[in-house]
Design a binder for this molecule. Structure first.
Ligand SMILES: NC(=O)c1ccc[n+]([C@@H]2O[C@H](COP(=O)([O-])OP(=O)(O)OC[C@H]3O[C@@H](n4cnc5c(N)ncnc54)[C@H](O)[C@@H]3O)[C@@H](O)[C@H]2O)c1
Length: 433
């Protein structure tokens, strides 16, 4: 099939590349010229394991193309996937849909007499599909297009695997023709075991938000249980194992740690609450999750303060990992964006290392330095904060790398065993243990 993917970010680039790898003719469009020029040279704008090889392979064999020309790309395609950003609005919890509507208006101009399917892969609030359809109907007849919801569930860091082996593919449309075409497009994944669900467009839009709100709730739940464990001398890891073995609960998203972050959970929980308000429903549970998560970074910072006995000023603090999770370079809503500036304000001297490199976010913050490797980041530390669970941090010989004798480790991901740390005579704190 001939596909046009609009928005070449985490979702669009992975989706376009993977569809090309399945044999489709794909053109990925972005309005960022630099991004498109780089992609043509094989320079990938994001860190996503396995993506670079797949982009290069499919670009070379001609299945994958990059363009800034929306008009030509839409005209030549049968299916158009909208994968642009849907961030939270600046002064409210509502979703900023300006990128979605702006792209929709442009696509509308290029709908000819050949039937096209417009798919929202971006996460969009319930009724957005209805609004897009209205935009099209102002100038085009219904027989030439169909607006379908097909939310994306991939996780950064596992995106290619998640695309190839999704738990489910959700298609929101009541248009039988579109459903048939999309089912055919996804057939290589369905034949590998992916469940295919056809539902209404609104239900499809809500499935995405309800899933993310539920996962955010699960994380927040275990984080709060971890708080209880710390006070009652219980290891939260034991609780996670004991709970997770119950098939009704499951073990995933049950690991205590820092506040959830990233480009999805914080914005999607706020968005579903806003949608519920619009429909005069109170999602009190999700509201409480948002509040609890917002307080979490402060709670962990209080612990840092307690670990350092209130003497943060002039302490050398090393952050291992600053992204919101491992295997991604995404900094959106990472808890380090709260923690590092707060500690800097208190006079800490911060060194950080992240396998995906230096982050601009900290460049203007006083006494914050990026180190090129784990060794130099650790060297002068009084306190090491393991923030992100990168494999690179899982077997460090701290004693040989840190020159200070009484350094302390605060392992926010519970990577290390407290008993082994005790044996090694290293002062160690984890989360919920
Ligand atoms: N990142 C994830 O893990 C993830 C997972 C599932 C769903 N989603 C959803 O997918 C959507 C995209 O997320 P993302 O993380 O890929 O965003 P992103 O910011 O990485 O990418 C968006 C891209 O759209 C481009 N763009 C914006 N306006 C455009 C226009 N008018 N024409 C062409 N290109 C335009 C931007 O330049 C950018 O490259 C969001 O709705 C998000 O909630 C994201």
């Amino acid at each position: 099939m001939k596909l046009c993917i609009i928005g070449t970010g985490y979702v669009g680039l992975v989706t376009g590349t993977c569809f090309a790898d399945l044999g489709n003719e794909v053109v990925c469009v972005d309005n960022n010229l630099n991004k498109i020029e780089n992609l043509k040279k094989g320079i990938i704008p994001i860190y996503e394991p396995g993506l670079e090889e797949l982009v290069k392979k499919n670009y070379k064999n001609g299945k994958l193309k990059f363009s800034i020309n929306l008009k030509d790309s839409v005209i030549k395609s049968d299916i158009i996937f909208i994968c642009v950003g849907t961030p939270t609005k600046k002064n409210s919890n509502a979703t900023d849909l300006s990128q979605i509507y702006s792209v929709s208006k442009k696509i509308r101009n290029y709908i000819t007499s050949k039937f096209k399917i417009i798919v929202t892969k971006s996460t969009v609030p319930v009724t957005t599909g209805d609004e897009i359809e209205k935009i099209f109907l102002k100038k085009k007849s219904k027989k030439f297009f169909s607006v379908v919801s097909n939310p994306e569930f991939l996780r950064e860091g596992e995106a290619i695997r998640d695309f190839v082996y999704p738990d489910r593919i959700v298609i929101g449309t009541s248009n039988a023709r579109s459903n048939k075409i999309l089912k055919n497009l996804y057939s290589p994944l369905i034949s590998k075991g992916a469940k295919y669900i056809n539902t209404t467009r609104r239900a499809s839009e809500l499935i995405k938000y309800a899933s993310n709100a539920f996962l955010a709730t699960k994380i927040t739940f275990i984080n709060e249980i971890a708080n209880l464990c710390e006070k009652s001398n219980i290891n939260v890891e034991d609780i996670s194992i004991g709970m997770g073995l119950d098939k009704r609960i499951g073990s995933r998203f049950l690991r205590a740690g820092p506040a959830y972050g990233g480009s999805c959970f914080p914005k999607d929980t706020k968005a579903i609450v806003t949608t519920a308000n619009k429909f005069k429903t109170n999602l009190s549970l999700v509201k409480s999750v948002i509040k609890s998560n917002q307080k979490r970074s402060l709670l962990l910072l209080n612990k840092v303060n307690a670990i350092l006995k209130g003497k943060v000023k002039n302490k050398n603090i090393c952050f291992l990992g600053v992204t919101f999770k491992a295997n991604t370079d995404d900094m959106r809503d990472s808890s380090t964006l709260v923690m590092i500036p707060t500690l800097s304000k208190k006079g800490a001297i911060i060194n950080y290392y992240d396998p995906t490199g230096e982050k601009n976010h900290f460049k203007k913050i006083k006494n914050v330095t990026f180190s090129k490797n784990v060794k130099s980041a650790l060297h002068n530390s009084d306190l090491v904060i393991i923030h992100t669970e990168w494999n690179d941090f899982k077997s460090i010989n701290f004693k040989s790398l840190i020159k200070k004798k009484n350094f302390i480790i605060y392992d926010m991901r519970n990577i290390y065993s407290p008993s082994k740390m005790k044996k090694a005579k290293i002062k160690y704190f984890g989360v919920g243990r």
